[in-house]
Write a protein that binds this ligand. Structure first.
Ligand code: PEP
Ligand code: MG
Length: 564
């Protein structure tokens, strides 16, 4: 095997350590002839008990409240007496414990899937429990993220959303996956946790457990068989760069202000002293309040949730995005019809065509919450396609007494008509995750198309540049809140293109802020020209990184933190 494997760097930084592969789903051997059904029943119950206890124990160690809740719910399902009885039934029909557990859980999961909607989403939870119980019965390692009790670099095919609950960032030094793209769960999770990550590294699964590797989340290189000394040196460098405390506000080396805002789902994602630490929120993803429910949260519940965010940030900008449902975020109560292409169907703002009252209740709740706090509240709609949609949305928001209205630019048609959209709204925020998928006609969840989904794609940069020009001409701000903003070098390019604010996960702020603070605004403009002139995404990134280190080596910028 080559000494260096190539993938796509999706979360910046370097990590080194022993590789460890994710536990695989166990393969059932041929069924055994059962001679003692009581013993099989006891073994099946032991397995469920063991799995339940392990998940409950992991829940106590989970730092994140959402992760804790998922693990606690899983542990409870494992203890469900109905499932144990189904296993008993299968053993009574002649199956051994492992096959009985497999059959009983699979039947239940299939039933949930057939029921559709919210219940269908729980089917994967049952299958995960099934695989854990079967692995225990077969004496195999638990599927999922290993827990060897020491730090390691995790190697996986790809990560599922549920894996986010069990990934302990104190143990996992970095991530390498064979599949996934820049907007896959792995990439988003890695950036949220500040872990270096390489995705779409096709040979990743051939790396043997225990091999000492070095991963570069900037270039996408995975170097195999590095020495222990090199591992120690990279660990020391990583610790030093983590300790490099960037103190805001966001700005270039020559003082050009670029607010560095946070992407959050609720007030729980804000640090304890948000008013002191955070410049503002650039994307409040309100759908998190709606997901996994049978009915929409009422006005009171919404007002309370939004008030918590606004009160945490007095005097700061909070950009609230109205409900973004549909496609990869299905909501049963919106009763959207089955669509052959949900990503091209009724999603985002389009759901208000058939259910306008859901948007109106949300806007009423936002208006009341804004009145109850001192935050600078901006409201924007997801998936705007035309200037007419933007105008209608703006009128509805203003009718609720909210004065700052914006449109997300996620659809190429909207990017091309940014100037006309700006005739009706006060600001634009570019969602590069969706704008990338629609520009390249590549499903953002499809790892095999990671190269097309690379936010350095020149076509995507062209669209961003044209939105920034429209903003400049109209004298209105144009920010980026997609994952592109959390790549430190791409962030400099975006600023050079004329983007006025960047919004990202909390873990990305220090790296983006410190990279930005090392370049003047002119440097950023030259980096932007370099990226636009490149023939493809890979050369754009490489050329920008090379030019950036040249600027820094020739000292063409003042001290990073002067004057803060
Ligand atoms: C985007 O599409 O870039 C975006 C920020 O929205 P989401 O990822 O929530 O679809
Ligand atoms: Mg989007």
């Amino acid at each position: 095997m080559a000494d260096v494997l190539r993938g796509l760097g999706v979360s910046a930084g370097a990590a080194a350590g022993p590789a460890l592969r994710m536990g695989r789903v166990p393969r059932l051997p041929a069924p055994r002839t059962v001679t003692d059904q009581a013993a099989e029943r006891a073994a099946a119950r032991d397995a469920l008990d063991q799995v339940g206890r392990e998940l409950a124990e992991r829940a106590t160690r989970a730092a994140d409240p959402a992760a804790r809740a998922i693990l606690e719910a899983q542990a409870l399902i494992a203890k469900d007496p109905m499932l144990a009885e189904s296993c008993d039934g299968a053993i009574g029909a002649g199956l051994d414990a492992a096959h009985a557990v497999h059959t009983a859980f699979t039947e239940q999961a299939d039933g949930l899937r057939a029921a559709g909607g919210y219940l269908a989403e729980r089917a994967a939870d049952l299958e995960d429990l099934r695989d854990r119980a079967v692995a225990w019965l077969l004496g195999e390692p638990m599927p999922g993220i290993p827990d060897p009790g020491r730090p390691f670099v995790l190697i996986a095919e790809d990560l599922a959303p549920a894996d986010t609950a069990t990934l302990d960032p104190r143990r996992v030094l970095g991530l390498v996956t064979a599949r996934g793209g820049p907007t896959s769960h792995t990439a988003i999770l890695a950036r949220a946790l500040g872990l270096p990550a390489v995705v779409a590294c096709q040979e990743a699964l051939t790396i043997e457990d225990g091999t000492l590797i070095h991963i570069d989340g900037d270039t996408g290189a995975v170097t195999l068989r590095v020495t222990a000394d090199r591992v120690a040196q990279i660990a020391a460098d990583a610790a030093r760069s983590r300790a490099e405390t960037f103190t805001g506000p966001g700005r270039t080396a020559d003082g050009h202000r670029v607010p560095l805002l946070l992407n959050i789902g609720s007030a729980d994602d804000l640090p304890a002293d948000a008013a002191a630490d955070v410049e503002g929120v650039g994307l409040l993803r309100t759908e998190l309040l709606f997901l996994g429910r049978h009915d929409a949260p009422g006005l009171d519940e919404q007002r309370e949730a939004y008030t918590r965010v606004f009160r945490a940030l007095p005097g700061r900008r909070v950009v609230l995005r109205t409900l973004d449902a549909g496609a990869d975020k299905p909501l049963p109560f919106l009763s959207l019809a089955d669509e052959p292409n949900p990503a091209l169907g009724i999603r985002g703002l389009r759901t208000s065509r058939t259910r306008p009252e859901v948007l109106d209740t949300q806007l009423a709740a936002v208006a009341e919450a804004a009145a109850a706090a001192d935050a600078d509240v901006w409201v924007m709609a997801p998936m705007v396609s035309t200037a007419r949609e933007a105008a209608d949305f703006a009128a509805r928001v203003r009718a609720h007494g909210l004065s700052k209205v914006g449109a997300m630019i996620e659809v190429p048609a909207a990017a091309l008509r940014a100037a006309q959209i700006l005739d009706h709204v006060d600001f634009l925020s570019i969602g590069t995750n969706d704008l990338g998928q629609y520009t390249m006609a590549a499903d953002r969840q499809c790892g095999e198309l990671a190269d097309l989904l690379d936010p350095w794609q020149p076509a995507l940069l062209d669209l961003i540049a044209s939105c920034a020009r429209a903003g400049k001409a109209a004298g209105k701000p144009v920010g980026v809140c997609g994952e592109a903003a959390s790549d430190p070098w791409l962030a400099c390019v975006l600023v050079g293109l004329g983007i006025s604010s960047l919004s990202m996960s909390r873990a990305a702020v220090a790296r983006v802020g410190s990279q930005l603070s090392m370049h003047t605004f002119d440097d950023c403009a030259r980096l932007a020209e370099t990226a636009l002139a490149a023939a493809d995404a890979i050369t754009a990134r490489a050329a920008v990184m090379a030019a950036s280190s040249l600027f820094r080596a020739t000292g063409g910028f003042p001290s990073p933190v002067d004057g803060f």
